[in-house]
Design a protein around this ligand. Structure first.
Ligand SMILES: C[S@@+](CC[C@H](N)C(=O)[O-])C[C@H]1O[C@@H](n2cnc3c(N)ncnc32)[C@H](O)[C@@H]1O
Length: 387
């Protein structure tokens, strides 16, 4: 393998070992900063349910398997798995069938805080051991499914062939498997000088990000097409953009490409970080357009597209007092730190990372009104079935 090839492997493995949302239950943890994602997911429940209505049901003796990919460590994944299992149960009941046993796989990169997630899981219903599935589902607040964690990258195989009935993945597929090599190579025209994100970047940088997204999503689809049972379905949601121009990354652009970018520039201007150090930090996120996403699904050809749309998710900021600029600033800094803080901490250390997010908070406080009015996330929502 070439040196370039080795570098690619190293950089993929490095990001996979490191990337995670902020674990635990602290102020900047993902568990405490994912209410916006929860809201956006709830607003799309009708689309999820339409996908679940398409799943072909097997005889009740066959266990039913659900997998949430990019589950992270908050309550959102538990809520969604519960919705899926209740909906499928209802479908079995409407047909007058017994309900099958359910298993739910919570999957994310190995650096995900699975401990916090497992502690949030409700206890397994006592009725599952001998009682009927109906009794089990009726037992208040308890879990009616067997749960397991699956560590690994969703851009590769995670499950045995034809073993999963429903794949769900929310707010995760915009995370690239790596920052493209050329974007970090000073000799390349794709070197992202002066920036920490693709938003507003030059054409070569943009094409490198786009190509990485294509490669990654193709790997995801290839793997899932092997793992999904015949008659199974997938519901995928990721950050998206409404512009055809990839250098306009929409809400992600406003967040990472302006305010977060400005906070990095503050550190450089204050002499706390070298400009080169900033330039070689890049957020590995790409918000695709509908067309970007569609082309890759069609090229793979393993899935029938039931629905593919851009959905307005809304603001990523959840605040109690919208007039309180300090609260808005804090919410933005915490929400940003909950998703990319682990990468920043690893790159410049906790102390400088504290300064960076403090500068971000200050800037966001000063732009609170504008942020509340303008910061909107759009999502690509895809409902796919085995072709
Ligand atoms: C914003 S969180 C989404 C969490 C959750 N689905 C929700 O709805 O709140 C994105 C998750 O995607 C995961 N992720 C990113 N790249 C991944 C990859 N290649 N394989 C598996 N998980 C990945 C991250 O570790 C993170 O936990």
């Amino acid at each position: 393998m070439s040196v370039q090839g080795d570098n690619v492997v190293v950089s993929v493995i490095k990001l996979e070992r490191m990337l995670s949302m902020k674990g635990g239950k602290g102020e900047a943890s993902y568990a405490n900063n994912s209410q916006a994602q929860a809201r956006h997911a709830r607003s799309m429940l009708h689309l999820l349910e339409a996908t679940l209505d398409r799943v072909q049901l097997e005889p009740p003796e066959v266990p039913f398997a659900v997998a949430d990919l990019g589950c992270s460590c908050g309550g959102n994944t538990i809520y969604i798995v519960d919705v899926i299992i209740k909906h499928i149960t209802k479908r079995y009941e409407e047909l007058g069938y017994e309900t099958p046993e359910f298993s739910a796989f919570f999957s994310d990169l190995p650096s995900n805080d699975f401990n916090t997630l497992f502690q949030l899981l409700p206890p397994l219903s006592t009725n599952i051991n001998g009682g009927s599935m109906e009794e089990c589902l009726a037992s208040n607040g308890d879990r009616s499914y067997f749960a397991a964690g699956v560590p690994g990258s969703f851009y590769r195989r995670l499950f045995p062939t034809r073993s999963i009935n429903v794949f769900h993945s929310a707010f995760s597929l915009h995370w690239l498997s790596q920052v493209p090599e050329s974007v970090m190579d000073k000799r390349s025209t794709a070197y992202n000088r002066g920036r920490v994100f693709i938003h507003g970047a030059n054409e070569s940088t943009t094409m490198a990000y786009k190509k990485q997204f294509q490669t990654d999503l193709a790997g995801f689809l290839r793997s899932r097409s092997r793992e999904l049972k015949k008659g199974g379905s997938m519901f995928l949601v990721c950050l998206g953009r409404t512009s055809v121009d990839p250098t306009d990354q929409g809400g992600a652009g406003l967040l990472f490409g302006t305010h977060f970018q400005d906070a990095w520039n503050d550190l450089v201007e204050e002499g706390l970080v070298e400009s080169e150090k900033r330039d070689s930090f890049n957020i590995p996120v790409y918000a695709p357009s509908l067309q970007d996403f569609k082309e890759i699904v069609e090229a793979d050809a393993s899935f029938a597209i039931n629905n593919l749309e851009v959905f307005r998710g809304g603001s990523p900021l959840v605040v109690n007092q919208p007039d309180d600029a300090a609260e808005v600033g804090r919410a933005l800094a915490n929400s940003c730190r909950s998703v990319c803080g682990v990468l920043v901490d690893a790159y410049i250390g906790d102390r400088l990372s504290d300064v960076l997010f403090n500068r971000l908070e200050r800037r966001a406080t000063n732009h609170a009104k504008e942020l509340l009015e303008q910061l909107q996330f759009f999502h690509i929502v895809a409902s796919l079935s085995s072709a």
